[in-house]
Design a protein around this ligand. Sequence first.
Ligand code: SF4
Ligand code: SF4
Length: 395
Amino acid sequence: MPQNKSQHIAALADQCVQCGLCLPVCPTYALDGNEAESPRGRIAIAAALAKGLAPVTDEVREPLDHCLGCLSCERVCPAQVRFGELLMETRGLLGPAPQRPRVLLALARQPALLRLTRLVGLHRWHAGLARWLPLPSRWRTALALAASTSAPQLAPSLADAPRARTLARVALFPGCVASVEDAAAQQAAIALLEAVGHPVIRLPGLCCGALDAHGGDTQAAARAARRVRDAWQASGASVLVTVTPGCIGQLRNALPDARVDDPYALLAAQAEHLQFRPLPRRVALHLPCTQLNVARSGEALQALLGRVPTLEVMPLPARCCGAAGSHLLEFPERAAALRAPTLEAAGAVAPQALLSSNIGCRLHLAAGLAEQGSTVPTLHPLVLLAQQLATGQHS
Ligand code: SF4
Ligand code: SF4
């Protein structure tokens, strides 16, 4: 291992005082009940690898590959161990995991290809095809995810929402998979931001590099970061937003001097300028780990949803759903087991829709609902907010 990288990992690991306060919040520790699958265990493994005290074998690295990167441990750590940084650095040193689904990930990062499958209606065959594949199988999981997309359209009147004031110019980062599968959420973000007075410019569909960084492919992540910086510099905007909280951490790494946020923070700051029509429905709200622990915009989203008259919002317990970037394709069985408590909690509140901001989480949950025979639709919260936006409002 390169000496300076190893020393950096060892220094990060040495911050851990081994108190164990992070264990109760770790989803993989709850799943396996095994110290190696806990934050403290992973820190010990990373330290042993960095200090040359353990060989790099598939068995030794497996708990690091299983980590969801949810950062629930980082949030509760009294010693402020930078677990996310330690994980990324260690994975970068180890390189991509042996089970990394390279072909599937390469396909998922091609917005033009995703658009083409939608255009020719190929996605309608995905569910039928998936049933012929063995369980568990990453291709079966991928087809089930593709079949569960809904991409609802917005009411056309939203494009005419009034723009009364001029606030900071915002660049919208569409992402790769999300640029196609969450096109409605992006349209919704633009409608809402413009309604409160933020002019919005949409950047080209690019990958932020999070899938590469989390998978240990540091060179691919660095190339993606360069493309993001070029697009950002050409935009002339003051704030970069994305409707996908899973991209925010990587975008912040790529643009350390820029403000990178999700739209909820900007919208909540101008909430008094948004009026919504009533919606007499009960919805379950799933807050993705990256929204809770990186964007930290869970409260802003709940405040915005609370402004929709008669809407009953039932927040689900904060717990990783198991999607976690490419984890759901690398370890489909573990991802399904991690998803089960969230689906159970959602079922208990009998919602008329399930909301989640992260495309990966939403597709994973939608596939789980479909497996259970549930017809509860899944939706990006911004789509609901934009659909309820009162036209003709005055700011
Ligand atoms: S809470 Fe922090 S210091 Fe305590 S064991 Fe976990 S990572 Fe280490
Ligand atoms: S990032 Fe999440 S899954 Fe990984 S060790 Fe921390 S709490 Fe556990």
